[in-house]
Design a protein around this ligand. Structure first.
Ligand code: NAP
Length: 304
């Protein structure tokens, strides 16, 4: 039977460690602070940001939710970021994506002070990560490493195959796995004979954004499968492909009209030695790592 890598338990442990650290800092008169900038009223973004702000409160961090209207300009956002860069009560700045089309998102992310870039998206942090220097690493990739480490899954010397090369998931997760001494292969949409490559993986990380894209025949039996994908499926045909006969999911599908599936076909999990479920796996680590990064930023900024 494959082992289910329980993202909830690992996220809870990390959050507890963060809360303990926040208490220690409080004794020195320091309260780590996160500014969350949410533009407009995109429902998914509102849910994510609300949950980030709520987690700050649970763990004892200060948070400031700033909600510019969706007519905001790049210049206005730039002024806002600059003011957050200089505020002493703010250690981390989070700009929830996506931003409205008229706003230059790259320019804004680059204007966040690297020391306050708790999402780890700034080119300076990407460079530091690559160079193996202390850096704020992107939250989801950092969460992947936490899942592997805390589940005692050996990484050093293993062949890790990452499918996806985005700046926010694929590339940084590959870099972090390399720092953990894995032999790393990165695949993308132009990779030829993808299944041949993924079948060599001891650790297979899927960050593609396509429902159930990694099929059982693309997986080496006994591999560890890390599924970063979050895809909403809403047709009966798609549902039946992945979850036919699964009563719990069926009930959720009928109630909400959709369910979430990862980038790995759940049938492939059966072949693995361990896997992260979707939902309940990697996704839960992202906010925990954001909290951890904010505390880290607060300490680094004060030379602690
Ligand atoms: P992205 O920016 O769209 O990147 C997708 C990557 O997959 C690209 O590198 C692309 O290759 C590759 N790809 C697409 N089709 C492919 C194919 N047919 N064969 C091989 N590679 C293919 O997506 P992302 O932001 O990295 O996110 C990936 C997934 O992770 C999404 O489902 C997203 O929702 C999820 N996600 C989850 C979390 C979380 O758990 N909290 C956080 C972030 C993202 P090219 O570069 O060649 O186009």
């Amino acid at each position: 039977m494959p082992r289910v890598l329980d993202g909830a338990a690992i996220a809870t442990a990390i959050k507890q460690e963060v809360a303990d650290e926040v208490k220690k800092l409080a004794a020195q008169g320091i309260r780590p602070g996160l500014a969350a900038v949410l533009v407009g009223h995109e429902p998914a973004s509102e849910i994510y940001v609300r949950s980030k702000v709520q987690t700050c409160a649970e763990l004892g961090l200060f948070s400031d939710l700033i909600t510019p209207p969706d007519t905001v300009t790049t210049e206005e956002m730039f002024d806002l970021v600059n003011s957050l860069n200089t505020r002493d009560d703010i250690d981390g700045i989070l700009i929830q994506l996506p931003l409205p089309a008229q706003v230059d998102a790259k320019f804004l992310l680059d204007s966040v002070l690297p020391e306050k870039d708790v999402d780890g998206f700034h080119p300076v942090n990407a460079g530091r990560l690559q160079a193996g220097r202390p850096a704020l690493a992107p939250c989801t990739p950092a969460g992947v490493i936490q899942i592997l480490r805390r589940s005692q899954i050996p990484i050093a010397g293993k062949h890790a195959v990452v499918v996806g090369r985005s700046d926010i998931v694929g590339k940084p997760v590959a870099m972090l796995l390399l720092h953990e001494n894995a032999t790393v292969t990165i695949c993308h949409s132009k990779t030829q004979n993808l299944g041949e490559v993924t079948r060599q993986a001891d650790i297979l990380v899927a960050a593609i954004g396509r429902p159930g894209f990694i099929m059982p025949e693309m997986v080496k039996p006994g591999a560890t499968l890390i599924d970063v994908g979050i895809n909403r499926i809403s047709t009966r045909e798609q549902f039946d492909r992945f979850f036919k006969g699964n009563e719990k999911r069926e009930a959720a599908f009928l109630k909400r009209g959709s369910v979430i599936v990862g980038d790995i076909d759940p049938a492939a999990f059966e072949l693995s030695s361990a896997y992260t479920p979707v939902p309940g796996g990697v996704g839960l680590l992202t906010i925990a790592m954001l909290m951890s990064n904010t505390v880290r930023a607060a300490k680094m900024r004060r030379g602690i």
